[in-house]
Every structure is written in structure tokens, then in C-alpha cells.
Ligand binder design. Structure first.
Ligand code: NAD
Length: 324
């Protein structure tokens, strides 16, 4: 990691403040700036976190404003309207585009070299919007994508086959949302493909179990929001995992929302696909050996997002050269 690392989080709600806490616990940066339109919330969170410094890692933590984005290595955006019970991620789209335009205009006055990590939903669309509004190199704009979905997927499988989720290699790709898809054909434990193991084998998953795992993965956010209003612990850990991969130039493979250009015929959209993640953000989008069903499902996911993007009305103050 660099000697002097600076992370800015814009949006100190449930996700942003929990992410800030993970930065403190993991000692991910020397400097952590918290920005929120609700300045009291940002200041309260900064104070609260500072009171834990003695018990964690030395770090400079403060509530700031957009000039404090200067020299930041990573800017994480979690600001926006939170998903309400029963509301789809895509319902949030229009409100959050307006918020993003305001935030990005301010950030770009002070920093155009940071890696931007987007978490606000609908995350694939807002990652795409961030690319279009900033016109920055596409590797610099990273959406949290299906990293959280993949963590949920692996956890749920671990419960079925009684194996540590870290030893289960599998992914959810596509939209972070209703059209996401599980890569059953590539799911493996110790190199053993779960789609191919026989009934009776320790790792065997019945068709019913697979269906249940997929549905519970896809509906996890709805379940949690119904019970407690928001999801934040696992997404905060997902965001700090992405920061670790970037700051440590780890070349980790993470399923993040990346800009696709002729990816199995899919172009001009951001979707969750395994990427090599290092100091320059998304360093490569991996060309996976998908089966025909998975490829069709991925194309369907892309089509759904593209159809939503077509419905977006850009705020009238956006430069006329920006086209979606
Ligand atoms: P929240 O309502 O608790 O927090 C949002 C914060 O954004 C608030 O503190 C608000 O004051 C701030 N904000 C609003 N407008 C702003 C602006 N213009 N400038 C600066 N700050 C502004 O919501 P939350 O639960 O923290 O969720 C945040 C977002 O993260 C939502 O869009 C949610 O759907 C999304 N989310 C994404 C994932 C994922 O996997 N990508 C997972 C969970 C939540």
C-alpha cells in the first residue's frame, strides 16, 4: 500500500458510515474524509469514529467538503436515496441521476485521477452514468456490481453443502438486481464442478437447492430491507475489499460493474463481470467460458439495463455533448 493513502466517502448514511467503520477497523488509509449533504451526520460519524482511534489504527478522520477530494486515491460514492420496501432498484434511478450530477460536478473540480467506486443503486446504471458524466478513463470507474451478490450466493451454498464459503468458487454476474444470473457451470469446490458431481457426493446440490439458493441470493436485499430497513454490513465489507485490491495493487478477481465493449456481443453498458482489480482500478474484464444458457441470460440482463438507460432523462444543466 502507498505510504499516504486517502479515501473519501460521499454519503454517510447506513452504507457510507458502515464502510467508514470498516476502513478504520482494517486500517485501509491514512486519511478518511466523510462528505454528506447532511453535515451534522458526517460530523457525528467522524467524531464517533475518531473516538475509536485509540482502540484501532492511527488515522486522520474528518467530515469534509468537496475540496478535500484533492489527492484522494479512492472516492467511494454511496450517496443517494435509499431503496424503500417494495421499491425496485430501478425506481430509484431518476432521483439518483440528479444527485450524481451534482456530486460529480463538484468532485471533478478537485480530482480527476482517483478511482471512483460506486455503490448507490441502481449501481450498474449509476456506474454507467458516472462514466458518461465524468468522461474519465473507464478503468477508473468501478461499480460494486455483483460482488455482494456473489458473497451471498457463496454463503447460501456453504449452508447447503457445509463447506467454508471461501472454499466455494462461484459467482453471480450481470445486473446487481432482478436479472442477475448464477454461473452454475463454473461453480466449483477444490476444482470439482458442482454441476457435475453425482447425487450422494458431499458437494451435491439438488435442482431444488440450486433454485432456492438463486432466489434467496436475488431477493436477499428485499428480505433484509423488509426486516430492518436497509442493508449495510456486507456491502460495506464488499467496498472495503475493493479498496484493498486497488490500494494493494492485488490483481484480485472480483465481479464488479465494468463498462463492456463487445463483451460476447454486449457493448455500451456496465454489468457485473469478474475483473482483474489493481492500482488502476479495473485492469481487465475477464472473458469467461459461459455456456449458451448463461450467455443468453447475460445478454438479457444487458438488454434490460439498456432499456432502462433509454428511459433516463438527463438533468437540463448537463452539457449537451453528454449522450446516453
Ligand atoms: P441512506 O439513506 O442511509 O444514506 C444515503 C446518504 O446519502 C444520506 O446520508 C444522505 O444525506 C446522503 N446524500 C443524499 N444526497 C446527497 C448529496 N447530494 N450529496 C451528499 N450526500 C447526499 O442510504 P443507504 O442505506 O446508506 O444506501 C445508500 C445507497 O446504497 C442506496 O442507493 C442503496 O440502495 C445502495 N446500496 C447498494 C448496495 C450495492 O450492493 N451496491 C447495497 C446496499 C445499498
Amino acid at each position: 500500500m502507498d505510504d499516504n493513502t486517502k479515501i473519501v466517502v460521499v454519503g454517510s448514511g447506513a452504507v457510507g458510515s458502515t464502510f467508514a467503520y470498516t476502513v478504520l477497523l482494517k486500517g485501509l488509509a491514512n486519511e478518511l474524509v466523510i462528505i454528506d449533504i447532511n453535515k451534522d451526520k458526517a460530523e457525528g460519524d467522524a467524531l464517533d469514529l475518531n473516538h475509536g482511534l485509540l482502540l484501532a489504527q492511527p488515522m486522520k478522520i474528518y467530515a469534509g467538503d468537496y475540496p478535500d477530494c484533492k489527492n484522494a486515491d479512492i472516492i467511494v460514492i454511496t450517496a443517494g436515496a435509499a431503496q424503500k420496501s417494495g421499491e425496485t432498484r430501478l425506481d430509484l434511478m431518476q432521483r439518483n441521476v440528479v444527485i450524481f450530477n451534482q456530486i460529480l460536478t463538484e468532485i471533478l473540480k478537485y480530482n480527476d485521477s482517483a478511482i471512483f467506486i460506486i455503490a448507490t443503486n441502481p449501481v450498474d446504471i449509476l456506474t454507467y452514468i458516472t462514466i458518461k458524466l465524468t468522461n474519465l478513463p473507464k478503468n477508473q470507474i468501478v461499480g460494486s456490481g455483483t460482488l455482494l451478490d456473489s458473497a451471498r450466493f457463496r454463503y447460501l451454498i456453504s449452508q447447503k453443502i457445509k463447506i467454508d464459503p471461501r472454499s466455494i468458487h462461484g459467482m453471480i454476474i450481470g445486473e446487481h438486481g432482478d436479472s442477475e444470473l448464477p454461473l452454475w457451470s463454473l461453480l466449483n469446490v477444490a476444482g470439482v464442478n458442482l454441476a457435475e458431481v453425482d447425487y450422494g457426493c458431499h458437494f451435491h446440490l439438488s435442482n431444488e437447492s440450486m433454485e432456492e439458493v438463486y432466489n434467496n441470493t436475488k431477493n436477499a436485499a428485499y428480505q433484509i430491507i423488509t426486516k430492518k430497513g436497509a442493508t449495510y454490513y456486507a456491502i460495506a465489507l464488499s467496498l472495503s475489499r475493493i479498496c484493498e485490491a486497488i490500494l494493494g495493487d492485488q490483481k484480485s478477481i472480483l465481479p464488479l460493474s465494468a463498462y463492456l465493449n463487445d463483451y460476447k456481443g454486449i457493448s455500451d453498458v456496465c454489468l457485473g463481470i469478474p475483473c482483474i482489480v489493481g492500482r488502476s482500478g479495473i485492469e481487465e474484464v475477464l472473458d469467461l467460458p459461459l455456456n449458451n444458457t448463461e450467455e443468453e441470460q447475460l445478454k438479457n440482463s444487458a438488454m434490460q439495463l439498456k432499456n432502462f438507460i433509454k428511459q433516463i432523462e438527463l438533468p437540463s444543466n448537463i452539457h449537451k455533448n453528454v449522450k446516453l
